[in-house]
Unconditional design. Structure first.
Length: 274
């Protein structure tokens, strides 16, 4: 995505059309579009030819961008789990791992980044009916691997609103749910985590469209991405007007939900009832 946005900026600055750019690398206009959106792999030769077309002659600048192309083609650690993942999800894991800010609303269950191993196992087992125990374990292992990013040196900011429904809907037995609630209480005290609970008592709210995640990146060239998961696919929205509507919905959810300290008290109350 970063390389694609750089190439788009260089092309537009030179006044080159996508059609002309595609012709220069023996490709279609649509391939240039996909390259600039970061949705296809990059051939080093194509990047070099495009840089020449765009008038980039400085060797250091060319080397940096060609280096990005090589990095973009290296498979991420999560690709080793591709056999147990839906084909749209590896893209999300890569984006999540590159994000500096992760904002989300969840209503069905606790967000994957905040799940305990036992709770995650119950969720995955419910969602992968008929899967082997080994495949379920691998999917859970991927979820736990993703969570390591939240406690790393370059951990992102995480702002999550959980609907109370996600906390009252049991996955696993009583001990699994108690462990999950205790984990949320403890994790919400981390400096990079802002966790709020949208209580039933509030009534209708701006999360009526369902769960969503907004990913923001440290590179100024990259637009925010909204991730919407569906039953058989997922949507990745990066148009400014689309992202803006989800940002507004999340802002209202945050404003209408109790502050993090009050939300922790709500979690403690649910823990006592469980």
């Amino acid at each position: 995505m970063l390389l694609g946005s750089q190439l788009r900026r260089l092309r537009e600055a030179r006044g080159v059309t996508r059609e002309a750019a595609g012709y220069s690398i023996r490709a279609s206009e649509s391939k240039i579009s996909r390259m600039e959106l970061g949705r296809v792999s990059f051939k080093t030769r194509d990047v070099e030819d495009l840089l020449t077309l765009y008038g980039i002659t400085d060797e250091a600048e060319r080397a940096a961008l060609v280096g990005l192309a090589r990095e973009a083609n290296v498979a991420g650690w999560w690709h080793s789990y591709s056999d147990v993942l839906p084909n749209w999800f590896p893209t999300y894991v890569g984006l999540e791992g590159a994000a500096s800010l992760i904002r989300a609303y969840e209503v069905q269950f606790v967000h994957g980044l905040l799940q305990t191993e036992a709770y995650a196992h119950a969720v995955v087992e419910r969602g992968m009916k008929g899967a082997s125990a080994a495949d379920i374990d691998r999917r859970v292992a991927l979820r736990l691997e993703r969570q390591k990013y939240l406690v790393s040196e370059n951990a992102p900011e995480v702002h999550i609103v959980l609907d109370e429904a996600a906390l009252r809907r049991p996955y696993g037995d009583r001990e699994v749910m108690r462990g999950q609630l205790q984990h949320l209480i403890e994790f919400s005290e981390r400096p990079n985590v802002r966790l709020q609970i949208m209580p039933f008592s509030f009534g209708g709210h701006s999360g009526e469209s369902g769960a969503f995640t907004i990913l923001s990146f440290p590179e100024s060239d990259l637009s925010d991405v909204v991730y919407l998961e569906q039953l058989t696919s997922a949507l990745y929205l990066d148009k400014r007007e689309d992202v803006g509507q989800y940002e507004q919905a999340l802002k209202e959810l945050q404003q209408d939900s109790p502050e993090p300290a009050e939300s922790r008290d709500l979690l403690r109350g649910l823990l006592q009832l469980s």
